[in-house]
Write a protein that binds this ligand. Sequence first.
Ligand code: GDP
Ligand code: MG
Length: 175
Amino acid sequence: RDLATGPSTPNWWVLVGDMGTGKTSIVLRLVKGQFYTNLESTIGAAFFTQILSLSEATVKFDIWDTAGQERYHSLAPMYYRGAAAAVVVYDISNKDTFTRAQKWVQELEKQENLNLVMALVGNKSDLESHREVAAEEGDQFAQQHGMIFVETSAKTTLNINDLFYQIAKRLATVS
Ligand code: GDP
Ligand code: MG
């Protein structure tokens, strides 16, 4: 796929959120089943194709792992306009990333994409002793915005598969 022209398949999902929250780690844990401690930061955007088997259907999607939006305070709209799902990631050990995740949700809500399935993800849940965002805060915000909410750890694998299954299930019911 041409990175310059953006997504072109009918079913693509996009991951957004601050740099360092673990977006690339989440997608690599999903598609490769591994956690890499020495990740080079993503330049622009990268996509991965994934297939999930639900009891109802098999779902194939491209997932776009974005980067650089931190610097420009926005993501090229081509990545989320027409996306089926958006995953907004923050780091439970960094309150600022939660504040910015909320801004992301507002940005996504400005899109006239009524069927967009949105998920809020508190990653690095293994860093419990450094927690700055209570699970209830994330859950409450997600509920107010009709979002799926999960705390994950790309490091331990906690809830990574569950996150993507929940999105696939919700997509199966909205479309
Ligand atoms: P991105 O900039 O959002 O793509 O974040 P990365 O996936 O590059 O991760 C940033 C840093 O956080 C890396 O050093 C990762 O190893 C680390 N990291 C990612 N996910 C987790 C996690 O669940 N737990 C912990 N402890 N570290 C993580
Ligand atoms: Mg990245």
